[in-house]
Design a protein around this ligand. Structure first.
Ligand code: ATP
Ligand code: HSE
Length: 324
């Protein structure tokens, strides 16, 4: 349950009065999500999402996230559109927290990922990368290769308690990635957290109907975003890699934005980095989330298996490219 900040009926009525979106007819907390407090807000004009940004989001980065959603929406990407108040301002404060209203997107995240979802995902990801190319703001990725060691140092003492040998696995992987990370590939705005819960589809349709949750978006290597998606979408619950899903993801991405030979060659190492990134953040949360917290931390072990899988891969052919 992710409603960290309570908002009264009076607070919401006062807040909505700053906008030209009609009068509130219903307002309820959304259980999904772990980072921020989200409410479904219905007015007599439309449905909206009200988000109160909680401690994990740096308030200084909010203009980038909201500006990016404005930019991508204007380019025709179906993502939440920030709603601006009568004074033109989208980022406001409510109940002591930074807050914004965005448009509500119809559609549902897939409960069971099928290969056709990965086809839709690949096209949507490439559209996002293409549409982001002329976005003028810049935000570096705090969770890329330079950010991983400090994160590891903050939780390494507890790593072996989560799985024996984990501290050495991470240390060795960090040394490898720090020495071999490809810095010269095409870069731009990436989503950086495009997991199935952030991608909507209409039932029975292959195309993505909408993308949400841009609060890890940043500037980084475009192919790194593909690697994040490959990890989040192309493994089965038993940890086996589904090459059909990966092939669909990569080939539909490539139809919208062609991948260079260098990007393809770097995919295994980018996938190792993407595994380590989510292994580390999950490990940190696993160790630091109080037992009585509202949210259940995600299991880091899933990402140990993904990392081990990619460590055995030496070329992108293993991800289904070049096959029929
Ligand atoms: N614009 C939107 N349109 C429709 N539903 C939305 C929208 N934004 C958020 N939601 C709903 O709210 C839920 C939580 O949103 P979101 O994933 O952004 O939360 P979060 O706490 O930032 O997330 P996370 O834990 O995934 O980082 C989503 O799973 C979705 O059901
Ligand atoms: N998508 C992240 C959590 C939310 O940012 C994970 O699965 O670890």
């Amino acid at each position: 349950m992710a409603v960290y900040t309570d908002v009264s009926d009076e607070d919401i009525a006062r807040f909505v009065a700053e906008y030209d979106i009609g009068n509130v007819i219903s307002f309820k907390g959304i259980a999904e999500g772990v980072e921020n407090t989200n409410f479904l807000l219905q007015t007599d004009q439309a449905s909206f999402i009200l988000t109160l940004y909680e401690k994990r989001v740096n308030p200084d980065d909010l203009p980038f996230y909201l500006g990016l959603m404005d930019h991508l929406s204007a380019k025709g990407l179906n993502c939440p559109t920030p709603i601006h108040g009568r004074d033109g301002v989208a980022l406001r404060r409510l109940c002591g927290r930074p807050a914004a209203i965005t448009s509500f997107l119809n559609g549902m995240s897939p409960r069971r990922i099928m290969p056709h979802h990965c086809t839709g995902l690949g096209a949507a990801l490439a559209q996002l990368h293409t549409a982001g190319q002329d976005f003028e703001m810049y935000l570096g990725n705090a969770l890329s290769v330079k950010g991983w060691r400090p994160l590891f140092e903050s939780c390494r003492a507890d790593a072996n308690g989560v799985q024996p040998g984990l501290e050495k696995l991470i240390e060795d992987e960090l040394v490898f990635l720090e020495a071999n990370w490809p810095h010269q590939l095409p870069a731009g705005v990436i989503h950086a957290d495009l997991f199935p819960d952030n991608v909507f589809f209409f039932p029975g349709k292959d195309d993505v109907s909408g993308l949400i949750d841009f609060y890890f978006a940043c500037n980084d290597l475009l192919a790194y975003d593909i690697a994040i998606c490959m990890n989040a979408w192309c493994f089965e619950p038993d940890n086996s890699f589904n090459v059909t899903k990966a092939r669909n993801l990569l080939s539909s991405y490539g139809k919208v934005r062609a991948l260079s030979d260098d990007e393809l060659a770097a995919l295994p190492i980018l996938a190792r980095g993407a595994s380590l990134r989510f292994l580390l953040t999950r490990l940190y949360d696993w160790i630091n989330t109080p037992k009585d917290a509202l949210v259940t931390p995600k299991n880091p072990r899933e990402y140990i298996n993904k990392l081990r899988f990619h460590q055995r891969i030496d070329s992108a052919g293993a991800y289904g490219l070049g096959e029929e």
